[in-house]
Design a protein around this ligand. Structure first.
Ligand code: PLP
Length: 449
């Protein structure tokens, strides 16, 4: 098998949250073989960068020359360069070898520690930008590159235009440093602007998110995805990795790199439809957690699934690979959203879709006489099945039960319940076209409370 290869040129972060360690992990998450050229060693933990020890520029050039003599390198990202001489060397190599070059213009760390010597910004502008394919500054870096202050989306657009004229073919300005509820990223290819906004994740200071984003971008380009789609997918992936990130030391969280949007089989990577379905479900989960009463959460936990259009198998349905469970005071999410992760919820959705292809979403809530009565007080159509009538040769109870409940109803029900069986918890399932539809139904049921 011929491997897909990408190279990172950057600094070492011993905590492995950022730097070349994060880049290599991001490449691995995409099944891309990562090659690394070290520019600096940092003395760093999750709280501070204490010291930066740059390697001699000649030794950095030697590392590159020796690698490219041996390994076919076409896709390269740069991270921590620290000194202008290093930017100059990389610019010359990129030109010589015609690399597709992603430049993450690392200047200052999330911790506030500086990661560059004077004149690095000028060198990036003068030599690296003209040979770069994509540059991925955050707001302070875009401000430094354009010598302007950015306070609005119009300012972001103007900065992107300015950076584009400096030579980068594509400019992606990351809005993570803004104060708004949404983290708004801007893509500019010289003609069109695309804003992609995702909810800011409260209380997460994600060390290494910039490195990981640009590494994912580079890895996706090496897998022959186009720049626009790679931008959208890399952002979604990083958002998921931040959302499921964890506390490693006493400082910033680090990203959960292994957290994936889709199971591997049968896809090597998700399509834009996967990303949209996954994203809609991610937003929904964020919105409902705080409003879910504990009395709605079943003993076995709650799950929600959302199918791709024309879904045919479990792999086409995105659901939590864990559950929403009860903690002492609130609903808590365990696990991450993945395609192919829940046979149970997939069987329900696939059974509904056979006769009602527009109904692609299902969520289970706890059965109790009280919860059923709340459902009955709404105008939603309710149907049920009885497990005692289940034929012996049925391979999926959920498929059979859902089909039976639909057959008993004139039109597709909004709610299907069953009263359980020996060792089987009774359950209520809310069906809908999409997560928004389920949200509306859930609110209506809750209003009867
Ligand atoms: N350390 C190294 C080696 C880096 O390359 C970077 C960023 O590129 C950082 C630290 C800072 O990462 P963050 O700003 O995400 O904390």
């Amino acid at each position: 098998m011929k491997p897909t290869i990408a190279m990172t040129i950057g600094g070492s972060d011993p905590s492995a949250g950022a730097g070349i360690q994060a880049d290599l992990k991001a490449f691995t998450a995409l099944d891309v073989h990562g090659v690394s050229i070290l520019t600096c060693i940092t003395v760093q933990n999750t709280q501070t960068v204490k010291k930066i020890i740059p390697l001699p520029p000649g030794d950095i050039k030697q590392q590159i020359d020796h690698i490219v003599e041996d390994i076919p390198i076409h896709f390269v990202k740069t991270g921590l360069l620290y000194q202008p001489e290093i930017a100059r060397i990389i610019a010359a190599e990129a030109k010589k070898h015609k690399w597709t070059l992603v430049v993450d213009p690392v200047l200052v760390a999330t911790s506030g520690d500086t990661l560059s010597t004077t004149n690095l910004t000028e060198e990036i502008k003068n030599t690296l930008l003209p040979v770069s394919t994509i540059i991925t500054p955050n707001i302070p870096e875009a401000e430094a590159l354009t010598n302007s202050s950015i306070n609005s989306t119009d300012d972001m657009k103007n900065a992107a235009k300015k950076i584009h004229t400096m030579g980068a073919k594509y400019v992606i300005i990351k809005g993570g440093h803004q104060k708004e509820k949404q983290a708004n990223d801007l893509y500019y290819d010289g003609e069109q602007f695309i804003f992609r906004s995702l909810p800011r994740i409260p209380q997460k200071k994600a060390h290494g998110s910039g490195c990981t984003f640009s590494a994912l971008l580079t890895g996706l380009l090496s897998k022959e995805y186009d720049v626009e789609f790679s931008f959208i997918l890399a952002k979604a992936m990083v958002w998921n990795m931040i959302n499921t990130g964890y506390h490693l030391g006493k400082g910033s969280d680090v990203l959960q790199i292994t957290s994936k949007i889709a199971n591997n089989a049968p896809y090597s990577l998700p399509t834009s439809d996967h990303v949209d379905v996954w994203m809609t479900l991610s937003r929904f989960l964020q919105d409902i957690l705080d409003m879910l009463p504990l009395s709605f959460i079943p003993e076995v936990g709650m799950n929600i699934g959302y199918a791709l259009q024309h879904a045919k198998s479990k792999e086409d349905i995105c659901a939590l690979n864990g559950r929403i469970i009860r903690s002492t005071t609130k609903a808590q999410r365990c696990g991450t959203l993945q395609f192919g992760s829940s046979k149970h919820i997939a069987s329900i959705i696939l059974a509904v879709m056979k006769t009602n292809p527009d109904i692609r979403c299902a969520m289970n809530i706890k059965y109790s006489p009280k919860n059923l009565s709340l459902c009955e007080q709404t105008s939603y159509r309710i149907s049920s099945f009885d497990r005692t009538y289940e034929p012996k040769d049925v391979s999926s109870t959920m498929e059979w039960g859902t089909k039976t409940a639909i057959e008993q109803s004139e039109t597709c029900p909004d709610i299907i319940y069953d009263k359980g069986g020996i060792g089987k918890e009774p359950m209520i399932r809310i069906l809908g076209k999409n997560p928004e539809d389920i949200y509306t139904k859930l609110i209506c049921i809750l209003k009867q409370h």
